[in-house]
Design a binder for this molecule. Structure first.
Ligand SMILES: Cc1ncc(COP(=O)(O)O)c(C=O)c1O
Length: 444
């Protein structure tokens, strides 16, 4: 580690000896951003500003709490609701009425849904949805596209033979399924987003053994015209439960699930992240006939009844509706895409803004063989200028044009430096530490 390591890096070194992997979430590992130099820990966060352990202030233009804080950090309205819930007693032998109100509100936002179960995280919400869907369909095989968390049902896909994984390149690389029972091999079957023909092929091979189909309705690019409707048709034909995972896509383009924009109704949809604006809450909403299968199995947990998550979600949705938050998110995301494209043009850096169909989840790509190193150097140079920046910007309601003006004022100069570094083939040499990791790696 660098001699002049910041306090965050010093703490992270200690953490790695106490916490396997150093932190609870892969996407928060400092190595994913700027190995050896990322501030790593925060003292305080407000709006889109973050203060590290050395008292340095940054504007956060990364994923802002991994997509959770859609209104911004420490939102005053959400915090007021949470403080009221804490003061009123956030736990008791009796249930809090807020959970009924939230269930009703989520069904109002999604008129096809009749019932809701709650959890606290995204991964456990999908696991609950899968359990309900398997119980309802009476079949265990799951066909899926995309990422759905850390659970056994999902990582079982990575038990497939390496040649299958290598050939299709479908699954998250490096996600090691050690500890997942080998007996689950063949229970989670992958197809690619927007490739309905791959699901059809799975159905041909597996017959009607597939009881669950799960995907994100949209992550970045718009779903192909026949994709969601194709999944709906196949699910109905083979008697499978269709689940839309809205954990990252929910509340970005509209108040609720993005599937509402495309007019295709699943049987079950799953939310977390933005729903609680930073407070833990997950929701599984669905049609009554499917959701009632939760009664035929055992799904129950003490802290799923705790009040803070419900209070936060109610306050988040109320503010979202009142302020039409999705309009601001798209405005900020589109502005950032323009800033990147203009800076690329002015500097000669081969870079382009991606994800035009999902502006609130904007991203800049670098067209170089060592793109990961270029992204790491961006992170280093922007950190020196007071920005947390990894080239993937999840817009929040707290980002203002002033924040993006400040970003715009420095990013062209940084892109110029990146262009020079690329031309001189000195990107890696200019880094003060190693290139950022792009996936799961063991940390020693
Ligand atoms: C689509 C999707 N599903 C599931 C998850 C897992 O959610 P969590 O990290 O809250 O367990 C994520 C997290 O990134 C996600 O994007």
């Amino acid at each position: 580690m660098n001699q002049k390591a910041n306090r965050g890096q010093q703490l992270y070194e200690k953490a790695k000896g106490l916490i396997p992997g150093g932190t609870q979430l892969l996407s928060k590992r400092p190595e994913m951003f700027l190995p050896d130099h990322w501030p790593s820990y925060y003292e305080r966060a407000k709006g889109c500003h973050v203060w590290d352990l050395d008292g340095r202030e940054y504007i956060d233009v990364t994923h802002n709490g991994v997509g959770s804080c859609i209104l911004g950090y420490a939102d005053p309205d959400v915090n007021a609701a949470v403080k009221a819930a804490v003061d009123a007693g956030n736990m008791s032998t009796l249930n809090c009425p807020d959970e009924v109100e939230l269930a009703e509100l989520l069904c109002e936002l999604h008129p096809w849904a009749d019932m809701t179960r709650f959890t606290r995280t995204g991964g456990e919400s999908v696991a609950v949805a899968i359990r309900i869907a398997r119980a309802a369909s009476g079949k265990s095989k799951v066909a899926f596209a995309g990422y759905h968390g850390w659970s056994d049902w999902y990582l079982a896909a990575n038990l497939a033979k390496p040649d299958i994984l290598g050939k299709k390149g479908l699954l998250l690389s490096g996600l090691n399924p050690a500890g997942v029972p080998q007996e689950l091999e063949g229970t989670a079957l992958a197809f690619r987003h927007n490739h309905v023909e791959e699901l059809e092929e799975l159905v041909r091979k597996e017959g009607s053994d597939i009881g669950v189909i799960v995907c994100e309705p949209q992550r970045h690019e718009k779903p192909a015209p026949d994709f969601l409707s194709g999944l709906r048709r196949i699910a109905s034909e083979i008697g499978a439960v269709l689940i839309f995972d809205e954990i990252s896509s929910g509340f970005r383009l509209n108040c609720g699930g993005v599937h509402m924009v495309y007019g295709v109704e699943p049987d079950v949809a799953v939310f977390s992240k933005a729903l609680g604006n930073g407070y833990p809450i997950g929701a599984v909403i669905g049609r009554r006939d499917i959701m009632n299968a939760a009664q035929d199995t055992f799904i129950s947990s003490t802290y799923w009844t705790e009040r803070v998550g419900f209070a936060a979600a109610l306050a988040m949705i109320k503010k979202y509706r009142k302020e039409n938050v999705h309009e601001h998110l798209s405005e900020m995301g589109l502005r950032m895409q323009k800033i990147w494209n203009a800076a690329a043009e002015a500097s000669g850096l081969k870079a382009h803004a991606g994800h035009p169909d999902m502006p609130p989840l904007a991203h800049v790509g670098f067209d170089y063989p060592n793109a990961r190193a270029v992204q790491t150097l961006l992170c280093q140079l922007m950190l020196e200028r007071g920005f947390l920046d990894n080239g993937a910007f999840y817009a929040t309601y707290a980002h203002s044009h002033d924040d993006l003006n400040a970003y715009e004022a420095v990013v062209t100069e940084v892109f110029r430096e990146l262009a020079d570094a690329c031309a001189e083939e000195s990107v890696e040499k200019r880094l003060h530490g190693p290139v950022g990791h792009s996936g799961f790696q063991r940390l020693t």
